[in-house]
Design a protein around this ligand. Structure first.
Ligand SMILES: [Zn+2]
Length: 203
């Protein structure tokens, strides 16, 4: 059985508040508010947070929401992690932050390293979207559970076969209700989810 919200990678966490500019925090909070309203991100009935988002840093690596922060209406730099280095094969992440990065950080690493057009990523949970067989999505294998190095490797393989502009997002078959979208910024990633929703109604 898959365990959600549990960190499965080796983490080297430098315990400091990451320095994030006001504009970045504002764009994170703007998109998070929309995702929380849609319940594409939030806290499930067993109290476990779901959904996360990230965006590339101009300097190095990317910023990602910290683990179990979905219950906060607004985030400050204390609830965000800066991932500075990673190695998917070695199941390793180095980050700067007060809290650990999202347990699904390796999935984001895989997208940033294989898709240069991706500058922001949104991971949502939506059961109905997840159940759809859609030509607008690519699919990871059923056996790949959330947050694992092996799922991240499957995503890298997927990008070697499918061009990122030919799909709207990825459906993680082995991660119940889990889908992931990306874009040049958070707004574009969010708009892809909205477009997917519209196109899916017609399917
Ligand atoms: Zn998830």
């Amino acid at each position: 059985m898959q365990k959600e919200g549990i960190i499965k990678f080796r983490l080297d966490l430098i315990p400091k508040i990451p320095s994030i500019d006001e504009r970045t925090i504002h764009s994170i909070n703007t998109i998070r508010t929309l995702l929380l309203q849609k319940q594409w991100m939030g806290v499930d009935e067993s109290g476990i947070g779901y959904g996360n988002l990230s965006l590339r840093s101009n300097e190095l690596g990317f910023f990602i929401t910290a683990s179990q922060t979905a219950s906060y209406p607004l985030l400050s730099p204390q609830q965000i992690c800066w991932i500075t280095r990673w190695n998917i094969e070695q199941n390793f992440i180095q980050a700067v932050g007060i809290l650990a990065p999202s347990s699904e950080s390796l999935t984001h690493c895989a997208i940033y390293q294989s898709c240069y057009q991706a500058h922001a990523i949104i991971h949502i949970h939506q059961q109905k979207f997840w159940e759809i067989e859609s030509p607008y999505l690519a699919y990871t294998p059923l056996g790949e559970n959330c947050g694992t190095s092996s799922l991240a490797q499957s995503i890298i393989q997927l990008f070697s076969k499918v061009h990122s502009s030919s799909i709207l997002g990825i459906n993680m078959r082995g991660h119940r209700s889990g889908l992931i979208f990306w874009g040049k910024d958070l707004w574009e990633a969010y708009q892809k989810i909205i477009l997917f929703e519209k196109l899916s109604i017609k399917l």
